[in-house]
Write a protein that binds this ligand. Sequence first.
Ligand code: NAI
Ligand code: MG
Length: 493
Amino acid sequence: MSEIEHRGPAAPAPLEWEYAPAPEARDIVSLRERYGLYIGGEVVDPRSGEWFTTSSPADESPLAEVAQASGEDVDLAVGAARAAYENGWSSLRPAERAKYLFRIARILQERARELAVAESLDGGKPIKESRDVDLPLAAAHFFYHAGWADKLEYAFPNRKPRPLGVAGQIIPWNFPLLMLAWKVAPALACGNTVVLKPAETTPLTALMFADVCRQAGLPAGVVNIVTGDGSTGAELVRNDGLDKVAFTGSTDVGKAIQREVAGRGIPLTLELGGKAANIVFDDCALDQAVEGIVNGIYFNQGHVCCAGSRLLVQESIAEQLIGKLKRRLQTLRVGDPLDKNTDVGAINSRAQLEKIRDLVASGEADGAEIYQPPCVLPERGYWFAPTVFTNVAQSSRIATEEIFGPVLSVLTFRTPAEAVEKANNTPYGLSAGVWTEKGSRILWMASRLRAGVVWANTFNRFDPASPFGGYKESGFGREGGRHGLEAYLRFDE
Ligand code: NAI
Ligand code: MG
């Protein structure tokens, strides 16, 4: 980058980006018309007799019918998980447990293309993300935890780690298979059995995972999948056969679950929302920071709990950085999730689209300045253009509430201390980003930011060995790493 370009105004945008369509073949996925519940190793019709349709958010076309599990169905699933726990799984030699996890990991790799296409169809995320992020990371989580299964005594020396029993796990729609892996892999590695409820807009990869378990020869009842909406989730949490509850989703539902579990003496982990600050100092590599900002908020349409949704930029470079950012936004390709060139896919559901629209309207009403690059959105389906707000007041809803969409709010600061104060001025505390050439400043910032994860000169990096989780209203407990194992163990010390 030349000095002159660095100082001058943003260069004019490229007039047009021409890309031939590059659609991923859809026929690698053969969907059934109907998916029952996966209980005790069998696919069964729900006792409720109720079904719902999951569709593609990109064109609103129906994909399959899925069972709506009732309290009775949940009860059967918990019973199956209990039986599997007591009849062998918890007392299986840890090295044998590990073999199943290794097998699952390898099958996920073998079926990666199929699962990636299903993920993009059902949830709207770009195929390049399902293919290059969700699937490799999901397999990595099983590989990683397979390695721990027979080494728990070494992870926690002299603490006699033991499994908890049956875990009830509820996951959201933003990374369906990956969140399944985050929940199921550590639970199984530690010798627990599970009942998992996927989100109602994205149940398909969890149901395909049931088939992966069958293929891996996993004993019946070790993994049970119950589909349904929030009422099924509430039934699961309420079930008194559980020894552990784990939830990822909205802060409101997390609070309701905490109330429900209170007093029952079972451990709970909550991974909730966020409003992360991505903090850019004047000495950083500017173009790299722009890429990090784009990755931070437009990755997965901004449906990311740790998204860098608040950009804090040092005042002296604000104008220049925002110019570069706007120019970069013009090159993002929004559209068909199954096209390999797509950067920003469909919004996951109509309800989520309405929430985003409502918050964006409130930002405009508050007087913030909106920028959206010119882009043609498809007529059918749920879409929202990448959006940047400047002149954002700290008190504005777009600066305080989780939008969970491709919307960035820009604020400025002058000193590191002011950056810390603004970054921490939120009820959340999941993640943060720092962009600077100075190592000492990275450490100074990281020790003051009240966030579970602090990325330096990068953003949205995940690794199964690295614990992930929040402070304050972002929840408690950690997933991944040795810390994540603790959430699925008791210690007879
Ligand atoms: P949600 O929290 O309602 O959904 C997450 C999961 O919880 C789904 O499987 C759902 O069926 C289940 N659920 C809903 N109500 C439940 C209850 N009472 N008891 C047990 N389980 C229940 O999230 P929703 O409504 O889909 O999204 C609303 C907002 O939440 C989003 O706009 C976003 O801001 C935030 N969110 C945050 C996520 C994160 O990863 N931190 C993930 C999903 C949503
Ligand atoms: Mg769907």
